[in-house]
Design a protein around this ligand. Structure first.
Ligand SMILES: [Zn+2]
Ligand SMILES: [Zn+2]
Length: 437
């Protein structure tokens, strides 16, 4: 007991004073204001593109914090500006949409909200099953802290409340609505995601690509229909499509450098109507994932090359070769500026201590629409993750108990505290570093 107390005192003594002040004031604001705000957002999730009440509440909160607020940017998007002397323009983004999922987390504040789904027209349950309620609550906390501590920074702070991340529409919609032209093009762009796979309160930062790029690709194969008993009289798109599915796998296996990750998944293959009819058409639907623009280029040009040439191999005429369409719904990979990631990592370690900052790269190839803010024109950007699951939950899962639920699951739950406060701490430290006096 004594030993533990002594260790605790040593630990306290080792903590830097600045972080103490920041953590204390953020915790206080959480207790007095943000906890209730999080609760409101968690109980009232809204679907992509129809985040009307969420946007209105965010506009109100950011306005009360002292920001100049513009609503209706790219649909329901909100832009809040605070000018504080000469200095860089820095943008911090938080996405605000929920998902069409019925919450089964068992939490006291679980959502029972229903909303008309703008895609299907059906009324569905909605849930903050990705933790975007953490992002927006943190953004308000950041706004309040930065406004109250104007003596610690110089420049212009742009807070962006983004709609429709889950449908990868919102960032592009805000760009199309002239966000840079109307409010200025940022020198730096920042964002974070709460992560159920990291321990609550930890800050997870990678120099590489925290989120993959995703491309949606359609391939239409034009065959020549015939009787199933007379295959020589037609061109069978099912046989060609099958060869194509396997040939596409060589892109990752044989064309990408083995240390460059990529995924080519044919998720859907539709053709034909009946046993004895050779169809005249096949339709393949692909998702393609990459973590660098170079990988993306190799995969997308490779798909086109293989599809067209497999058509030639099958003897199709030049005007009937397979048609490859890359959807505009695609997103580029989220790529961190390595230099800025290193710099912020060092700042976080110095301010919060070594044990708060981790490196836990994603094993999957999930995507984000944040890069629409950071490419064309390129803006120096860093995207990090903030842990959302208590250590006890990982321990219980490791001992054979309930597994930690993933994002988008009806069971998804992250703890708002310390997720929200860690989001604010890491954002404020990053902003104060980039906008140092
Ligand atoms: Zn999500
Ligand atoms: Zn998300």
């Amino acid at each position: 007991m004594f030993q533990r107390a002594a260790l605790f005192i040593l630990f306290l003594a080792a903590l830097p004073a600045a972080a103490d002040d920041l953590s204390e004031s953020v915790r206080k604001d959480y207790d007095e204001h943000l906890a209730e705000l999080f609760d409101y957002f968690h109980r009232n999730p809204e679907l992509s593109t129809v985040e009307f009440d969420t946007a209105r509440r965010m506009a109100l909160e950011l306005n009360l914090a002292g920001f100049e607020v513009t609503e209706g940017v790219g649909g329901t998007g909100v832009v809040a500006m605070l000018k504080n002397g000469e200095g860089p323009l820095v943008m911090m983004r938080a996405d605000m949409d929920g998902l069409p999922v019925e919450e089964k987390s068992g939490l006291a504040n679980a959502s029972r909200k229903q909303q008309e789904d703008p895609i299907t027209g059906n009324t569905v349950y909605t849930m903050h099953a990705c933790g975007h309620d953490v992002h927006i609550t943190s953004l308000v906390g950041t706004a309040r802290h930065m406004a109250a501590h104007r003596d610690t920074w110089r420049g212009t702070l742009m807070l962006v409340v983004q709609p429709a991340e889950e449908r990868v529409l919102g960032a592009q919609a805000m760009r199309d609505d002239g966000i840079w032209e109307r409010f200025g093009k940022p020198d730096y762009a920042l964002a974070f995601h709460v992560n159920s796979l990291d321990v609550a309160g930890k800050i997870n930062i990678t120099e590489g690509s925290p989120f993959a790029g995703a491309d949606t690709v359609d391939i239409v194969i034009h065959g020549v229909g015939a009787h199933g008993a007379h295959p020589y009289a037609g061109k069978d798109p099912i046989v060609l499509g099958s060869q194509l599915v396997l040939a596409l796998q060589t892109l990752v296996a044989r064309e990408l450098p083995p240390r460059w990750p990529g995924v080519v998944t044919v998720g859907s293959f539709h053709s034909g109507t009946k046993h004895n009819i050779i169809s005249d058409r096949a339709h393949l639907q692909l998702t393609v994932r990459s973590t660098t623009p170079e990988t993306r280029e190799i995969l997308l040009t490779g798909i086109r090359r293989i599809a067209e040439n497999m058509g030639r191999v099958a003897g199709l005429p030049e005007d009937k070769l397979p048609e490859v369409t890359i959807s505009t719904e695609s997103v580029p990979p989220t790529v961190n500026s390595p230099e800025l990631a290193r710099r912020l990592r060092a700042e976080w370690i110095e301010a919060l201590g070594e044990d708060r900052v981790i490196l836990n790269p994603s094993k999957g190839m999930g995507a984000e629409d944040f890069p629409f803010f950071t490419v064309d024109p390129d803006i120096t950007a860093v995207y990090w993750q903030v842990g959302g699951t208590p250590q006890e939950d990982f321990d219980r899962a490791a001992a054979g108990g309930e597994p930690v639920p993933s994002h988008h699951s009806p069971l998804f739950k992250v703890v708002p505290e310390p997720s929200v406060t860690a989001g604010i701490e890491s954002t404020v430290i990053a902003l104060q570093s980039l906008m140092a006096e």
